[in-house]
Design a binder for this molecule. Structure first.
Ligand code: HEC
Length: 139
């Protein structure tokens, strides 16, 4: 075998080998990320699925009606859908509701509704939904 051919084959073999090693390292990094339950971007803020973000029911409706008598289950369900499947997911994942106070939520919904270009009806639904979850918060 000529020396040039030998060099050529060696370079080829090294290239293939290094690609393979890279793949294995990438795969194990991914596995580690999944088992640690971490997401690439600021994971504390954008937990998914979020435990305080659940479907509204009779309890949430009763709680919100102590403040807003005309609130309906339909409205809460609409808010939940926008929050977990709709416009609120355009820029980030589902965000926990519990960590923010009711007061903070008013400001957040104002800002975020503007960012999502929500109609007044949709904004109100998100606001009532969030408050109904806050009102039934246990811890
Ligand atoms: C156009 C992009 C965009 C949309 C749409 C959007 N958000 Fe946000 N949201 C952000 C960004 C960016 C942040 C990071 C903090 C900041 O810049 O205010 C954020 C942060 C938040 C936070 C954390 C606030 C804090 O002070 O830590 C909450 C809660 C939130 N968003 C809720 C919502 C809700 C509810 C909706 C739907 C009504 C929504 N977002 C729609 C961009 C968006």
């Amino acid at each position: 075998m000529k020396i040039n051919t030998l060099i050529y084959y060696s370079i080829f073999a090294v290239t293939i080998l290094s690609c393979h090693v890279k793949k294995v390292v990438n795969a194990s990094n991914q596995k580690e990320a999944i088992s640690n339950n971490t997401t690439p971007s600021s994971s504390l803020l954008f937990l998914k699925p979020a435990s305080s973000v659940h479907e509204p029911g009779a309890k949430e409706l009763a709680a919100i009606q102590t403040k807003y008598k005309d609130a309906s289950l339909y409205q809460l369900e609409l808010g939940h859908a926008i929050y977990t499947q709709g416009a609120c997911l355009k820029c980030h994942g589902v965000i926990e509701i519990y960590p923010y106070s009711e007061d903070r939520w008013k400001g957040i919904v104002d800002t975020m509704a503007m960012r999502s270009q929500l109609s007044a009806e949709y904004k109100d639904a998100v606001y009532k939904y969030v408050l109904s979850i806050k009102a039934t918060q246990v811890n």
